[in-house]
Design a protein around this ligand. Sequence first.
Ligand code: TXA
Ligand code: MG
Length: 314
Amino acid sequence: MNNIYQNSAENITKAAQIIRQGGLVAFPTETVYGLGANVYDSKAVANIFAAKQRPHFDPLISHVAEIDFLKEYAATDERVFALAKHFWPGPLTFVLRRIEENPSIDLACSGLRTLTVRMPRHPIALALIKASGVPIVAPSANKYQSISPTTAQHVADGLGDKVDMILDGGACSVGVESTIIDLTTDKVVLLRAGGTAKEDIEEFLGEKILISTGNPDMPTAPGQLLRHYAPKHTLRINAEKPELDEFYIGFGKLDGHLNLSPSGSLTEAAENLFAFMRLADAQDKFTKIAMAPIPQNGLGLAINDRIRRASYKS
Ligand code: TXA
Ligand code: MG
């Protein structure tokens, strides 16, 4: 079944109808493709968990198209709006306290007293949310713990007919998931490194933010699971050069079968990361993957986080 639809006004209208009628639409964001449903429709939200085979204790991000909507959706303060005005639309997600009068989103929030929200930058995502008239909850459109999709075809390969419609917006420009920060206390806490550099948030706030080490058995954020983003082939990281049986993903001057960014750009490396991990995993001639060292600054935090978890052996 081919359920990939090209970007057009008609197809966005059609996708919005599907969302309102309780269906699932995969759509592009600037980070990765999301698997979307109406946040207020518990049955549709349950179908997301089922399609991904994701446990219900792992809450979902609501995607909104307007900053002002936050007032009726979550507990907000000046800091929340200042961050939203500066970083939205874009790859930064906030964990906020819920307002009591919102029981219909219990499932999306996994019953927690917090909710998670971001405004994506991708024009198709924004158009779809506006046309749907509701916040769209969307995890990455892949099976639980596998590599996130950065093209419409990746979504079709992983979820196929479990999705009513896949909107094609080409390859995602950021390529790693959004950065998640907890804004429920005085101190800002980084829960997941992602497409917004930690340094940029610190510069805007004028203070250092804390890094959550999390509890891998009871993750408060997704990526806190030790094994996540899992390829089939074993992955060795910080590899200066490959062994004979390894497909080598290079970076900068360390060239390989593929190179995340010959010029050493972390932005370009993030954009290529998941697609290259899929390509490496699909090689028949190699049974293992090795990856060059990636600097631990800017988007390098997100890249190193993903490849460390992908390389984890239980
Ligand atoms: O870039 C992204 O964030 C993509 C695109 C589609 O927007 N979405 C995404 O969603 O990566 P997902 O579900 O794959 O990862 C979001 C993670 C969840 O695994 C969850 O553990 C964490 O965010 N999360 C959600 N709500 C939370 C909350 N209230 N407290 C702590 N962590 C939360
Ligand atoms: Mg995910």
